[in-house]
Design a protein around this ligand. Sequence first.
Ligand code: GLU
Length: 302
Amino acid sequence: MGVNSKLLTPYRGRFAPSPTGPLHFGSLVAALGSFLDAQQHNGSWLVRIEDLDPPREQVGASASILRTLESFHLFWDEDVLYQHQRHALYEDHCQQLLALNRGFYCSCSRSQLKGSHHIYPGTCRNHLQPQNSPCAIRFRIDDEELCFHDQIQGQYCQHLRKDVGDIVIKRKDQLYAYQLAVVCDDHAQGVTHVVRGSDLLDNTPRQLALYRALRYPMPCYAHLPIVVNETGQKLSKQNQALPLSQQDPRPTLLHALAALQLHPPKELRSNNLDDILLWANNNWNPSLLSKQRSSLCPQHLL
Ligand code: GLU
């Protein structure tokens, strides 16, 4: 069945980095795309630090990401929100989903699920009470195809039960899962437009399933091309993406704009950041990126 994103006004967009390392070129492109989209709609642009998973985080990364955004003149509206301060909201949603019979307790170990190729086979679907051993909480996925229209990638469909199975919303180690937290926070912050990297395209139906179960209005989505190296891998801390220098951001900003198919005229390229961003704001056009899933990183920024 199809799911139509509802256009809510006023526009509220966001950039939601996980502080696993400093900002690199790939995350700058995602930040810039969502910033320009919000600016062009005269909307608000929020920054949310997704610090849900302390073992994966790097000390000082949140502050460094925020400083780098500022050095590129990507200034956000409202206070930065930190997910580590929002556990009560996530717990409340877990309890709501359990009460709606959309959540269940799962005591399966990794080794029990080993042969299932990352598709949850439904082993604990009838466990409505916590078991004696530590439990995760999973969200019960309906047996149907879920489709949505992405403003860049077009129509995207997934049969979640077949491809993914019931998803974890609270882990066995009691950490809340990204899929749950992102929905709770986008809703709580009134986010109307999610503009982010295409690596998250196939996570979106899971999030839409949660929106539906919670009866929350769904945001509009646009998944930007992700920046890849010459072997097609997404830039990330794991493949040694360089942290962005905060000195002389202009050439890097121009490369990031090029990754979004924006090529300011020659005479503007030596102007200040604000002039370049103003031009980009006037010229931002997500349809130039139509169906583009990736963009190659300039060699010197790898
Ligand atoms: N925190 C996620 C990441 O850094 C992004 C989440 C999102 O934009 O929905 O990959």
